[in-house]
Write a protein that binds this ligand. Structure first.
Ligand code: PGA
Length: 245
């Protein structure tokens, strides 16, 4: 079974004072028996890396090119150079707010992997798609389109995040989570062979201290991608602890 990953996605939250949160988390969990990744807004990456906590620091996005005329964007290469170890790509908020297609996401994932970053590729259905019985078709299509052709299993993480569960306090049932994670596992094994069994599959969408143990106990749930509950050490601490058991 892969080592679990507790990943925090701070989205557009946090500031220079967020170092205190990370220090508090490190004090409570100095040697977690899982991987812990914090993805702050890009301008905070250097600050958080320099704290020297036991946690990895990552980005919430990257551009597909190494450099060039792309105002406002950040390359995976630069993220790696400043100490980031991962990049989330294809989060549903990027797919919606910035019109990112699966092809864009694949190009970004490719750039992240080529730069030596772990690419965390997000997939997940909308509520209408679930209600229409299309969840597995949508997720399968997103994986087929967003995971680059020459992806290497060791640099890849898939995050299953039902769009309707993000930031809403609503979560799928345990059976629904199990169904999608089993399906993703089969898809990864079909594509990568034995290595597909080692690719971590995170669940994301309203993970919090009160539901994390139950969710992390589901087979093929190898950790979580956590938004709101990753902003405070007292909320994220129990999530790190659940990933460590
Ligand atoms: P949430 O966000 O935990 O606040 O629902 C998860 C995510 O968007 O990654």
């Amino acid at each position: 079974m892969p080592r679990k990953l507790a990943a925090g996605n701070w989205k557009m939250n946090g500031g220079p004072g967020s170092a205190a949160m990370l220090n508090a988390l490190a004090e409570a969990h100095p040697a977690p028996d899982c991987d812990v990744l914090i993805c702050p807004p890009a301008p905070l990456i250097t600050t958080l890396v320099s704290l020297g906590t036991p946690f990895q620091i990552g980005a919430q996005d990257c551009h597909s090119a190494e450099s060039g005329a792309h105002t406002g964007d950040t390359s995976a290469k630069l993220l790696k150079e400043i100490g980031a170890s991962a990049a989330i790509v294809g989060h549903s908020e990027r797919r919606t707010d910035h019109g990112e297609t699966s092809a864009t996401v694949a190009a970004k994932a490719n750039a992240a992997m080529s730069a030596g970053l772990l690419a965390i590729i997000c997939v997940g259905e909308t509520e209408a798609e679930r209600d229409g019985g299309r969840t597995l078709k949508v997720v399968g299509g997103q994986i087929a389109g967003s995971v680059p052709e020459d992806a290497e299993a060791q640099n890849l993480v898939i995050a299953y995040e039902p769009v309707w569960a993000i930031g809403t306090g609503r979560t799928p049932t345990i059976e629904q989570i199990a169904e999608v994670h089993d399906f993703i596992r089969e898809t990864l094994i079909a594509r990568f062979g034995d290595a597909g069994a080692e690719i971590r599959i995170l669940y994301g969408g309203s993970v919090k201290p009160s539901n994390v143990e139950e969710i992390f106990a589901v087979p093929n749930v190898d950790g979580g991608l956590v938004g709101g509950a990753s902003l405070k050490a007292e909320d994220f601490g129990p999530i790190v602890a659940a990933a460590s058991t």
